[in-house]
Design a protein around this ligand. Sequence first.
Ligand SMILES: [Zn+2]
Length: 199
Amino acid sequence: MAILRAGRLEVLTTAGPDEEILELARMAGRWGTVAINAPLNRPLGRCCLDDDCVCRTDPGTRSRHLERELARMGVPALATALIKILARRGIRLADALKAEGYEPLEVYPFATLKLLGLPWRAKRTAAGRRRIRRALKPLVPGFERQHACEHQLDAIVCALTASLWRQRRTRGVGLPEEGVMTIPDPDLCGGLRGPGLGG
Ligand SMILES: [Zn+2]
């Protein structure tokens, strides 16, 4: 998990159970924006994500509109029903956050990096992480010396996406009645490779 305040990295950590995640989200404050890298809703027509439920009619109800739209943009994403453990957790966390007055954003670090023209390859290797880290540093003040694992790099990119959303430099993909993912709008993110992102 990463918390940016006024664009600056304040917390970079790892959380376990849901309650720990919610506790950290609350640190962002009542007017904070929470961005989550997981599906936050089910495909239209699905009452659950169980394989043996009658609501499943493959392939139509495996993915959401937003995943198909991303694929057309050259940003492949796994269908919601194929990452059901993550999706169930995302939905559960989003519900808990909504109950506290937050409007969590669904984000996707791979999409953010790719659409911003930043390195995204090989984040499971030290060299890949070094490249991503070098690209993020000027965008995220405060991210200097800390060690960041693959998931923490993702968290920073999620927080950066939330920061762009607050600056109205993002757009949504997907259907409002089903679920929308927040991605950077490259037209509104020119000059992002320099410092002073703020927000
Ligand atoms: Zn069902």
